[in-house]
Design a protein around this ligand. Structure first.
Ligand SMILES: NC(=O)C1=CN([C@@H]2O[C@H](COP(=O)(O)OP(=O)(O)OC[C@H]3O[C@@H](n4cnc5c(N)ncnc54)[C@H](O)[C@@H]3O)[C@@H](O)[C@H]2O)C=CC1
Ligand SMILES: CC(C)(CO)C(=O)C(=O)O
Length: 309
C-alpha cells in the first residue's frame, strides 16, 4: 500500500516506522525529525524494534497525498489544518488515530473517505529519527458514521476497513476492523474524558484514579459522556463507560496521561476535542455535563494564561 502518515510525532512515527516494513510509507513531519529520517532512516525502540527507511517530508505535494491511505496522527487541535492540506491531494482513504472526536472535522473536508481509528499503543519521541514504543496495544479501525445512519447501514466493519486492518497486520501491528467502531469511539472518549483531564489537573499517574476521590470524578465524567453518546443514538450504558475507565486505569496505572504530559511540558492540551466535545454535543442535545464543563473550563483557563505569558 502507498501510505502517508500525516503528523509523524510520537504515535505517527512509531506506527509509520513499523508499517514501512511492508508498505511504501511517507511521513509528514517537522524538522529536524523529518531531515534525520530522510538521511538515516527511522528507529523504533522499546517494546517494538525496527529500523526502516520511510520517505519523510515537511511539505507534502498534492501528488504525495494521492495515495491509498492517509493516517492522521496530529494532535486533535491540528486536525482542521491537516484536513485542508489533505484535500489538496486525492487520498483514497483517510483514517484518524487521534484522540477526541476528530473524524467529523476530517469528513468536513474529505467526505466519506474518512474512517475512524483508535490506538492503545504507547509512543514517545526520543529525539530526531528515533521513537520509543512504550506499550504494545491494539489499533481498531472502522466506519464512524453509524450515529448518522440507520438499520442495515449501521456498524463499523466494512471491506475498506478490513483492507486497512489487513495492511497493518501484514506489517506486524495488532489491528482489527471493528464492527462496533462508532460505539468504541465514544467509549474511548469516555475513557479520555474521565482520565486525561483529572490526571492533568491533579498531576497524578493514571493509577491514582483507582481510589476516591479522583475515581469518583472520572466516573462522573464518563457517565456524562455515555449519556451524551446515547443521545446521539449510540448504545453505551453508564456502567459500561465506567467499567472502561476502571479497566484503563488498571492497565495503564503507571502512565502519565497525554494531557498530564502536555500540561507538565507547558503545551496546549486536547481538552477541547475531549471534554469540550462532550460539553458541546451535550448542550446541543439539552444534556447538562457539569463535570466535563468544569474540567474544560479549568484547563481552558490554564491554556489562556499560558498563551498570554
Ligand atoms: N503518543 C501516544 O502514545 C498516543 C497518542 N494518541 C493520540 O494521537 C495523537 C498524536 O499524539 P502524539 O503522537 O503523542 O503527538 P505528537 O505531538 O508527538 O505528534 C503530532 C505531530 O504532528 C506534527 N504536525 C502537526 N501538524 C503538522 C503539519 N501540518 N505538518 C507536519 N507535521 C505536523 C507535530 O509537529 C507533531 O510532531 C493525539 O491525538 C494523541 O492523543 C493516541 C494513543 C497513543
Ligand atoms: C488511555 C490513556 C488515558 C492512557 O494514558 C490515553 O489515551 C492518554 O493518555 O491520552
Amino acid at each position: 500500500m502507498e501510505i502517508v502518515v500525516f503528523g509523524a510525532g510520537a504515535l505517527g512515527s512509531m506506527v509509520g516506522g513499523i508499517l514501512a516494513r511492508e508498505h511504501h510509507v511517507t511521513l509528514v513531519a517537522r524538522d529536524p525529525h523529518a531531515r534525520r529520517i530522510a538521511g538515516q532512516g527511522l528507529r523504533v525502540v522499546g517494546e517494538l524494534d525496527a529500523h526502516t527507511r520511510p520517505r519523510a517530508t515537511t511539505a507534502p505535494t498534492p501528488e504525495d497525498l494521492t495515495c491509498d491511505l492517509v493516517l492522521v496522527t496530529v494532535k486533535a487541535y491540528d486536525t482542521d489544518e491537516a484536513a485542508r492540506t489533505l484535500a489538496t491531494g486525492d487520498p483514497e482513504l483517510v483514517c484518524s488515530l487521534s484522540n477526541g472526536l476528530t473524524e467529523e472535522t476530517l469528513a468536513g473536508h474529505l467526505g466519506d473517505r474518512v474512517l475512524a481509528g483508535s490506538a492503545t499503543y504507547g509512543a514517545e519521541l526520543v529525539g530526531p529519527g528515533e521513537v520509543r514504543c512504550t506499550g504494545v496495544g491494539r489499533i481498531h479501525v472502522g466506519e464512524f458514521a453509524d450515529e448518522r445512519l440507520d438499520g442495515d447501514e449501521a456498524g463499523g466493519a466494512s471491506r475498506r476497513a478490513e483492507r486497512v486492518a489487513a495492511a497493518f497486520r501484514e506489517a506486524g501491528l495488532d489491528c482489527t476492523a471493528d464492527p462496533e467502531m462508532p460505539r468504541r469511539r465514544w467509549e474511548k472518549l469516555a475513557v479520555n474524558a474521565g482520565i486525561n483531564a483529572v490526571t492533568a489537573l491533579a498531576r497524578v499517574p493514571n493509577g491514582a484514579l483507582a481510589d476516591a476521590p479522583g475515581r469518583a470524578v472520572a466516573h462522573r465524567a464518563a457517565r456524562e459522556t455515555a449519556r451524551v453518546a446515547r443521545s446521539q443514538g449510540l448504545d453505551l450504558a453508564d456502567d459500561e463507560a465506567v467499567a472502561a475507565v476502571d479497566t484503563v486505569v488498571r492497565e495503564t496505572a503507571a502512565n502519565r496521561s497525554s494531557m498530564r504530559q502536555d500540561v507538565e511540558s507547558g503545551s496546549r492540551t486536547e481538552v477541547d476535542a475531549i471534554n469540550g466535545a462532550v460539553v458541546d454535543r451535550g448542550t446541543a442535545a439539552g444534556i447538562d455535563t457539569p463535570t466535563n464543563r468544569t474540567m474544560a473550563d479549568l484547563l481552558g483557563t490554564w491554556e489562556r494564561e499560558r498563551i498570554e505569558e
